[in-house]
Write a protein that binds this ligand. Structure first.
Ligand SMILES: [Ca+2]
Ligand SMILES: [Ca+2]
Length: 488
């Protein structure tokens, strides 16, 4: 969208969103995770706490098991808590197919053979219980990845229960190829089959029984919708928070599925926009265009916001050079912590780990004693930004309002306010390469004239300044960074 047109369109979008909201029934309230910060772990690539279970481990091969496990994850909970995360999302830990497929082991957990057991590489069900107990003891919540679309290629169930799966016949006959055809050739579960339905609904009960607080559902684009609705209704009744992965979801898709019963989906369109604007050095209009659609969301505070995950290239990889990738990751982490929603940090993003497409984006996590000074600096920025968010009701759970920046500044500057009760903050993202001072009339931004005097950014170690005088807002911002200021 051209910047010149955006202001007018923004108004139109807000107006139409308000209209759409009025005609949409408010979904029954589910559990809220607004205010949480989730840390995503792929256990095989996190920390090895028991070398006795390292069957077939080859850390030189990114497609092999690497030895990380549940005891290792449990021992690193203090690290995750020190970063400031309040919840841990584990990619699947089920018992996996034993064989490799496509020269790749099932280390990632998405090739299940038994949904109600833990793979021996990760440990035992008792190890899972010990992890949950430790997490809860530390005041942290647990999100478990749940696969509902498929079994692993080599799972015994595929031969034992052929009627559970969509075959070529079903795929040829259907008009809904996304749902009824195999995803990446994986044995595709027919959720309308009563046995499959009962298996999958029972899996949720099983893991709830192990103490998980939330479920992250894999590949929901490929799952039968009537089944999904039933599953979500059951989760909601049980108080389980639900997070759906619809690859490439934009605001419209997230809104549709929140109305259908999901508490949350990942907002992939924001991830793309932040990759382009924050890491890729394109104008901030990419981000503003996504944020301007917030009014379409029934529950904007629950939406999962992320810079990268295990299925896309690493955020820092978007820059050719390591130092630039680190600097822009610090910018990205600060920026992420200013937004309404539930931030999700993929292991290693807090130190700007690099890596291209799968499996290069799943390199082994490295901890404090292995970091360079620059990586430590990225971590400190992440920890500070999370702490600032958690200390502020406005940043954690407040309303978010995108401010109408004058057209000539829209490429360079994104301004928004967050407000909870009497606490209000002004957030500024700055695209420019160098420090710059901006002066904008408060009335242009829709801000009252009752601003306070001088203030500095709430983020530590950042030279960003704001002052309000004579009806003008003045901002002095470092290049390529996001800042947040108290506002009265
Ligand atoms: Ca191990
Ligand atoms: Ca399917």
């Amino acid at each position: 969208m051209f910047p010149m047109c955006r202001l007018a369109l923004l108004g139109a979008l807000l107006a139409s969103a308000a209209g759409a909201q009025a005609s949409t029934p408010t979904p029954a309230a589910g559990p809220t995770w607004e205010g949480q910060v989730i840390y995503q772990v792929m256990p095989d690539r996190f920390f090895d706490g028991n070398t006795a279970n390292n069957v077939g481990v080859d850390r030189a091969n990114l497609r092999a098991w690497h030895g990380g496990d549940l005891p290792g994850l449990t021992s690193k909970l203090p690290y995750i808590q020190n970063l400031g995360a309040t919840a841990v999302w584990l990619t699947p830990v089920y018992r996996q197919q034993a064989a490799n497929s496509f020269d790749t082991a099932a280390y990632h957990g998405y090739w299940p053979a038994d949904f109600r057991d833990v793979d021996p590489h990760f440990g035992t069900l008792a190890d899972f219980g010990a992890f949950v107990k430790s997490a809860h003891g530390a005041g942290m919540r647990v999100v478990l990845d749940q696969v509902i679309n498929h079994f692993g290629y080599e799972a015994a169930a595929v031969k034992e229960h052929p009627t559970w799966f969509n075959g070529q016949k079903e795929c040829d006959a259907t008009t809904n190829k996304d749902v009824d055809c195999p995803l990446a050739g994986l044995p595709d579960l027919k959720q309308s089959n009563p046995e499959v339905r009962s298996l999958l609904l029972g899996n949720d009960d099983f893991w709830r029984g192990q103490g998980v607080d939330a479920l992250r559902y894999d590949a929901i684009k490929h799952v039968e919708r009537p089944f999904l609705r039933d599953l979500l209704a059951k989760d909601r009744a049980a108080g389980t928070w639900t997070l759906g992965e619809w690859f490439d979801a934009d605001t419209g898709t997230v809104a549709e599925w929140q109305r259908a019963g999901f508490d949350s989906l990942f907002l992939f369109s924001l991830q793309t926009a932040m990759r382009l604007s924050v890491m890729g050095g394109s104008s901030l209009t990419n981000v503003a265009n996504v944020l301007s659609r917030q009014g379409e969301l029934p529950r904007p505070g629950e939406v999962a916001l992320f810079l990268d995950n295990h299925d896309v290239p690493r955020f820092a990889q978007g820059s050719l050079f390591e130092d630039v990738g680190q600097a822009r990751t610090r910018y990205g982490l600060r920026a992420l912590m200013t937004l309404k929603g539930v931030p999700v940090i993929w292991q290693g993003t807090e130190i700007a780990m690099r890596g291209g497409a799968d499996p290069d984006n799943r390199r082994d996590m490295r901890f404090e004693n292995e970091w360079t000074p620059a990586e430590r600096q990225v971590f400190e920025t992440a920890r500070d930004a999370i702490a600032v968010r958690k200390a502020s009701q406005a940043l954690s759970v407040g309303d978010q309002k995108l401010l109408p920046v004058p057209a000539s500044l829209q490429d360079d500057l994104l301004l928004l306010t967050r407000q909870a009760g009497n606490e209000r903050v002004l957030v500024a993202w700055h695209y420019g390469k160098n420090r710059k001072t901006y002066s904008i009339r408060l009335s242009t931004l829709g801000l009252g004239p009752d601003g306070q005097g001088l203030t500095r950014s709430l983020f530590a170690g950042q030279d960003a300044k704001m002052s309000v005088s004579g009806g003008w807002l003045h901002l002095s911002l470092p290049g390529e960074d996001a800042a947040v200021f108290g506002l009265r």
